[in-house]
Design a protein around this ligand. Sequence first.
Ligand code: SF4
Length: 449
Amino acid sequence: MPPGSKKVFVKTYGCQMNVYDSERMGDALRPLGYAPADGPEGADLVILNTCHIRERAADKMYSVLGRLREMKAERAGTDRPMRIAVAGCVAQAEGAEIARREAAVDLVVGPQSYHRLPELLARSRAGDSAVIDTDFPVTSKFDSLPARTAKGQGPAAFLTVQEGCDKFCTFCVVPYTRGSEASRPVARIIEELEQLSARGVREVTLLGQNVNAYHGEGPDGAAWSLARLIARLSDVPGIARIRYMTSHPRDMRDDLIEQHADNQKLMPFLHLPFQSGSDRVLAAMNRKHTAAEYLALIERVRKARPEIALSTDIIVGFPGETEAEFEATMELVREVGYAQAYSFKYSPRPGTPAASRPDQISDEIMTARLARLQALLTAQQTQFNRSCIGQTLPVLFEKPGKKPGQAIGRSPYLQAVHVDAAAHLIGQIAPVAVSSATMSSLGGVIVSR
Ligand code: SF4
């Protein structure tokens, strides 16, 4: 099949791991002649790569499917019929129920099975009922996917090194939708990073639901830690920057903290969720760490890399959370001082232990608490960005800005940086004297080298 003879449109919801998976679905389909489409209108295959973390994810998916059903009906009987697939965590959680509720769906494929898309599509064409694959196959999808070939992604890329989670936080569906912790072998990761580097990638973010629990098989047969993997990946020619996310405090081992001290390619940025500042709530969440243990960890990380920028995830209104327990969260935020953070109202995920608790917090209380927390976080983020004014930071330029000649890049601290007259620098790292800052970005001028 000549390349580009068919079009696939992948709509991605949720986290960076889904962004990575969507790109890899494109890779899996490329040998069948599928090229990317800009929207569902021109696509032969539409894939919704869903996320189960946000509230009412399944409801939103069904409403999008309703619109796609109409498009599919208009194309029925033409020479460009449309097929519809649902992938990702909602596919895993809902399975065959999706095809029962929405007959226009041809394919339901879980996050561990998308390497089988070509075979599943063939089965779907041959039969009249929807094809469902939400298994956790013994053979890793990573061993079956073709090499990464997508063009035009820019100089910063994601690379999944670990999937799944064994922590079973009582609010989270990941252990059910992505399965238990599994790590890719070191050699495969090196190979994929070399492919990325050959395409001009300079910065890689290693992804995993619990990435610092990484324990992949090394070339010596031993289980390598994330720290050891990062040290090895730093030697891949062309790779100048490494990041990783998302981490769990209990897996923040000494060798990883030492990497932050010793490895200049590991960027001074750490996303380390704490979820709640109250020990009672943390125990009810099954986080298996206390607020004091989290703070002690932050102190060690800061000792290793004093300039490190910190980021976190926080849930407000977990069932039973009192005003005093919410205050403990505010206090922890004040004590740490974050460069950025993701904060959410608790929302029950069907099938998780916390969802069936009788002491759910009213939306009114959660909204008020979240507003107070976000005001504090916004002030901290603004303050952090302003503290960069007057500094010269190395910026990796990733894409053109809105104005002609402008380019947007990232600082080592993951801040967006806008610079005029820098368009020719896309793909390169250049020093920028920071002269302005807002809550969400920095501005500055290139310093001649
Ligand atoms: S550690 Fe993260 S991914 Fe694992 S169960 Fe907890 S919140 Fe979910």
